[in-house]
Design a protein around this ligand. Structure first.
Ligand code: DAH
Length: 388
């Protein structure tokens, strides 16, 4: 094995990159130009001396290179195709075989040092430039009074928190759930097997790995049943996604809030009671509710829950198309298959579930005419909503 190469002129190569008087080299007259290999006063200089001399010369020239242009010129002069380090490497061909390895290592060390020092110099110049820009920029005035705008909550957040408070006061837990779910969670576990026509209604975004963006908050039902077992009361708000054509009342991204209550002897009257209490608090007035039959594979029986029209109070107006009622929230008694899939015995337990359209509720509460405003990020529209 060869001994490791002796390092050369270490003090010079490791000198800090500050300008100082040029040390005069005893061995050379002057270099024949930037980066040009040093010429020897007394004729031929051996290879090792050349390497050391070049290292010293590089260090001197580097100290004088104060701009990125100058550093680039130096890089070309030393490392370019005709650069002096490159020339030294080419000159190895002429060296005797036994010396080749050691000298080659020396030259490569020089090359590496030159590369490192050049990039350090570029970085130092960049930082100095940046600092000059910071110093030159107009100084802000710390004594000026600041605006008092403290920001505001998104209207969906406001209504979601309000609902959470109401349900928490009725003993419900608040659950968070994933936005990317499996086909099983979103469909199979809630009694929508493959090829069921109900899947067509939920234009689903499928991912390449077979998972999907949840189309409804019902996708969390199974996991929550398994997490708590009966009896349970839980709400789970969440963002849902469907590949809808966008218009004033359709968005591909919207919010729902699902709720479930499972216990012994839960009936439709419990469902009506909870919905009426919750909605009267949200709308801050006494709300009448009614149920109409509705089909959803995960509930039996299933309903559409209507509320008395918020505009006319039930007398009939253009908003409710004269009926006095507005459709608000699908719901029903949880299907035995869904309970079973969640590990709950349907002979022993029953429960209700509802899927409140949170986005729709916000639109109704605040009179938002265009659903796209809610996802727009337009602060002029969104900052008008405040927590009462
Ligand atoms: N997941 C349904 C949808 O998005 C809404 C729904 C209907 C949820 C009935 C329920 C329910 O929990 O009981 O279309």
């Amino acid at each position: 094995m060869f001994p490791p190469p002796r390092s050369f002129a270490p003090a010079l190569l490791d000198a800090p990159l500050v300008r100082h008087a040029r040390a005069s080299s005893e061995k050379f007259t002057q270099s024949s130009g930037r980066g040009a290999p040093p010429r020897c006063r007394k004729g031929r200089m051996d290879m090792k001396e050349k390497i050391e001399a070049l290292a010293r010369q590089f260090q001197q020239e580097l100290e004088g290179a104060g701009t990125s242009d100058a550093v680039e010129k130096l890089r070309v002069a030393y490392l370019g195709r005709k650069g002096s380090v490159t020339q030294l490497l080419k000159g190895l061909k002429e060296v005797e075989a036994q010396q080749k390895k050691e000298l080659g290592q020396h030259i490569n060390m020089l090359k590496k040092t030159v590369e490192d020092k050049l990039s350090q110099q570029v970085e130092a110049i960049r930082r100095a430039e940046e600092q000059r820009m910071v110093e030159a920029a107009e100084q802000y005035d710390v004594t000026l009074p600041v605006g008092s705008g403290a920001g505001s909550y998104h209207p969906i957040t406001i209504v979601q928190r309000q609902l959470e408070e109401i349900f928490a006061s009725m003993g419900f837990t608040i659950e968070d759930y994933k936005e990317i779910v499996t086909d099983y969670e979103c469909f199979e576990a809630v009694n929508i097997p493959k090829d069921h026509p109900a899947r067509d209604m939920q234009d689903t975004y499928y991912l390449e790995n077979g998972q999907l963006l949840k189309t409804h908050t019902s996708a969390a039902q199974n996991a929550i049943m398994r997490k708590y077992g009966p009896p349970l009361r839980a709400i789970f708000p969440g963002r849902c996604f469907r590949n809808e054509a966008l218009d004033a009342s359709h968005e591909n991204t919207f919010f729902q809030m699902e709720g479930m209550m499972i216990d012994k002897d839960i009936s439709i009257s419990n469902l009506i009671y909870f919905m009426k209490t919750m909605l009267s608090q949200v709308f801050e007035r006494d709300i009448s509710v009614r149920l109409r039959p509705g089909f959803f594979p995960f509930v039996e029986p299933g309903f559409e829950l209507d509320i008395s029209c918020l505009i006319c109070g039930g007398e009939g107006c253009s908003t409710c198309k004269g009926s006095g009622w507005i459709e608000l929230c699908p719901c029903g008694m949880i299907h035995p298959n869904v309970l079973k899939a969640g590990g709950i015995d349907p002979e022993e337990y029953t429960g209700f579930a509802f899927g409140l359209g949170l986005t729709r509720l916000v639109m109704m509460k605040y009179g938002v005419k265009d659903i796209r405003d809610l996802n727009s990020g337009n602060l002029k529209a969104l900052s008008q909503f405040t927590h009462e």
